[in-house]
Design a protein around this ligand. Structure first.
Ligand SMILES: CC(C)(COP(=O)(O)OP(=O)(O)OC[C@H]1O[C@@H](n2cnc3c(N)ncnc32)[C@H](O)[C@@H]1OP(=O)(O)O)[C@@H](O)C(=O)NCCC(=O)NCCS
Length: 136
């Protein structure tokens, strides 16, 4: 069960997803194919490391955005906000903020959380949320 601190929004809800939901059909498709299809059990191994994909969906189940984060990375043991994306036609309606708040509510409260924002929008979003755990 996801810990989602954002009040219910009639336009979307946040559900648990998996890697194929986010990397299929996107720029990560080839990498995902290599990792998940050539290494059976890889996704399960990631999940055992506290790896999460949360997806914002509308009332028809259509995917509007997602966030990928990890409680303790298998390589370095640290919590990471890996990446996130909101569908171009659904931006600036609070979906990204709700996804990020959800991820932060599910990450350790007593540890720095690392991230690497790649867009001005992501930087502004992180500044707006202003969680002292988040380092970039
Ligand atoms: C970054 C991204 C996820 C934000 O999603 P979103 O649903 O549009 O964000 P929200 O509507 O929840 O915005 C929340 C706050 O973030 C900031 N913000 C979001 N997008 C912004 C933009 N393009 N320019 C300036 N500020 C922005 C604002 O402070 C905004 O609050 P406000 O609307 O009250 O001003 C989305 O723009 C996206 O998918 N970008 C492309 C992929 C990407 O850059 N991902 C991040 C990888 S690290």
């Amino acid at each position: 069960m996801i810990n989602n601190p954002t009040p219910q929004n009639p336009e979307f809800q946040i559900i648990e997803g998996n890697h194929s939901d986010i990397y299929r059909g996107g720029s990560f498709e080839e990498v995902a194919k290599m990792l998940f299809e050539s290494m059976p059990g890889f996704e399960e191994k990631l999940k055992a490391g506290g790896d999460h994909v949360n997806i914002a969906v509308d009332d028809q189940g259509k995917k509007l955005g997602w966030i990928h984060y990890v409680e303790h990375d298998l390589l370095d043991g640290k919590p990471w906000l890996k990446t996130m994306e909101v569908d171009e036609n659904h931006r600036r309606r609070g979906i990204g903020e709700a996804l990020l708040r959800c991820a932060l509510a599910n990450l350790p409260s007593d540890s720095p959380i690392y991230t690497m924002p790649i867009s001005p929008g992501a930087v502004r979003l992180l500044k707006k949320i202003d969680d002292p755990r988040v380092k970039w």
